[in-house]
Design a protein around this ligand. Structure first.
Ligand code: ADP
Ligand code: MG
Length: 237
C-alpha cells in the first residue's frame, strides 16, 4: 500500500500520503512510549490491537453524530483516514481522578469527580505536552474560540457515548485523550485514535488496569490487557 516514506512518523503510528490528497493511511506500530518518550518499549500485536479498537469505535461514534477522520480499516495495522490539519491541542476528558490530575492536585486515584473535567495540553513532545487553557490556544493562533467550543462539545459527546459503552462491557472509562483536526472546509472532526494507549480502562470487577499504565508503571501483562480490551470493545451486549 504505502511504499513511500511516511509524511510523519510519531511515537505509535506512521502517517502516509496517498494518491488522493484528501486521504492518508495511518499505520499503527508495535512501539510503546511513556513519559514523553523517556520510556520506550514494544510488543507484538500492539499496533494491530489499537488499529482494530479504533476502527471499531470510530464508526460507532459517527453513528452517534460525532464526525471523525475514519474512513476504513485496510489491514491488520493500517487504516484510511481523511487528511486533516491537526489542532495542536490534546484534549483530556476525566471521569475519575487519576494520573497527572491526581499527582498535580493531590487527589487519590479513583476519586469521584462531581462533573467531568476537560483539560487541554499543548501537543509538544519537546515541552512535555504542557497544560494550557483555551485562552492560550486562541492567543497563540492554534484554534479559534469557535473551534475550541466545538472541540469541547464533541469531546463531551464522545464521553457520553463511551462511558456507558464500556460500562456495559465491564470496564470503567477513567479518562481519555483525544485529538481533533480541521478538514479543508473548516469542519472540526475527531482524529487520531482511541485505544488503551490513550484511555485509562479499569476492569469493573477486579479493578485491574487494562491500558498503557501497565507499561508506564511496569505492571507487566500489557499485551494481554490490550487483547482483553479488544475483546471487550467488540463484545456484543
Ligand atoms: N487524520 C489525520 N490527519 C493528519 N494527521 C493525523 C491524523 N490523525 C492523526 N494524525 C497525527 O498523526 C500522528 C500519529 O502518530 P502518533 O505516533 O500517535 O504521534 P505522536 O507521537 O505525535 O503521538 C499524530 O501527530 C497525530 O496528531
Ligand atoms: Mg499519539
Amino acid at each position: 500500500m504505502n511504499q513511500a516514506a511516511p509524511l510523519y512518523e510519531g511515537k505509535a503510528k506512521k502517517v502516509f500520503a496517498t494518491e488522493n490528497p484528501a486521504e492518508y493511511v495511518v499505520q499503527y506500530k508495535d512501539d510503546a512510549t511513556a513519559f514523553n518518550a523517556q520510556k520506550r518499549g514494544q510488543w507484538a500485536g500492539k499496533g494491530a490491537t489499537n488499529n482494530a479498537i479504533t476502527a471499531h469505535l470510530y464508526p460507532l461514534l459517527e453513528g452517534a453524530g460525532i464526525p471523525t477522520h475514519f474512513i476504513e480499516r485496510l489491514s491488520e495495522t493500517e487504516q484510511r483516514v481523511k487528511a486533516v490539519k491537526i489542532v495542536p491541542v490534546e484534549v483530556i476528558v476525566r471521569n475519575l481522578a487519576a494520573g497527572s490530575f491526581s499527582k498535580r492536585l493531590g487527589v487519590d486515584e479513583g476519586a469521584a469527580l462531581e462533573r467531568p473535567v476537560v483539560e487541554y495540553c499543548y501537543k509538544s513532545d519537546a515541552l512535555g505536552d504542557p497544560l494550557i487553557n483555551t485562552d492560550t490556544a486562541v492567543a497563540l493562533g492554534w484554534a479559534s474560540e469557535a473551534d475550541l467550543a466545538r472541540i469541547r462539545e464533541l469531546a463531551l459527546q464522545v464521553r457520553d457515548f463511551l462511558v456507558p459503552y464500556f460500562q456495559q462491557r465491564g470496564v470503567t472509562l477513567v479518562d481519555f485523550k483525544l485529538e481533533f483536526g480541521k478538514l479543508p472546509d473548516g469542519e472540526i472532526v475527531l482524529a487520531d485514535e482511541i485505544s488503551p494507549d490513550t484511555c485509562r480502562f479499569w476492569d469493573m470487577a477486579t479493578g485491574e488496569r487494562l491500558d498503557k499504565d501497565r507499561f508506564r508503571r511496569d505492571l507487566g501483562g500489557e499485551a494481554e490487557a490490550y487483547a482483553e480490551m479488544l475483546k471487550r470493545v467488540t463484545q456484543e451486549v
